[in-house]
Design a protein around this ligand. Sequence first.
Ligand code: E4P
Length: 220
Amino acid sequence: MIYLADTADIQALKDLYDFFPLTGVTTNPTILKQSGLKLSEAIQNIIDIVGRGSVHVQVMSNKAEEMVKEAKTYKSYFNLGDNFYAKIPISIEGYKAMRILKDAGVNVTATAIFTQQQALVASRAGADFVAPYVSRLDNISSHGIEVVGDIVKNTKEFKLDTKVLAASFKTVDQIHRVSMAGAQSATINPELLFQLIKHPMTDISIAQFEKDGEGLYNIF
Ligand code: E4P
């Protein structure tokens, strides 16, 4: 599973990119609103940090033609080439837009996915990534991990090129379980990305090594 950051928090992104092997960044209108910046500024700040990583920008329009226009405008404005992904929410208009964008050579991430069939239809419409929302499913007493597992199974069984981009996490355990379910990628908020690599036993072990190693390593 590869990791993307689900954020427009520039300081957090800088801190993460220093050490975390991220392959890209996803945003949505809520995340952009929290940044307090205009979309153009927020995305440009992200691009300055991610370099050649992928950047997934969600469209705001809800008519296919406008979604397509918006996605193409972003793609050419930010000049990201194949690293640009238009995030298109699931809807009848969204599916229309996915097909048109795919034919026009624009990468597509289908988002706001809550069922395996929504994902499969998006794959058939040409989506490169499908993003099921794990926490939001769990929060309504549904089973986010099962939906992710079913989508992964479909991609294998039907030999689809689409990859699962598991999204919407509140716990490290959810991330662990989508990884075990075979999700090819996950987009995760900064707080959880830092939490992922933490373990108290690691801290205790390192503290012990430091104590025992005092005075032994005099090579410098
Ligand atoms: C990513 O594509 C989604 O927009 C995001 O993960 C949603 O996360 P949330 O449910 O924590 O808002």
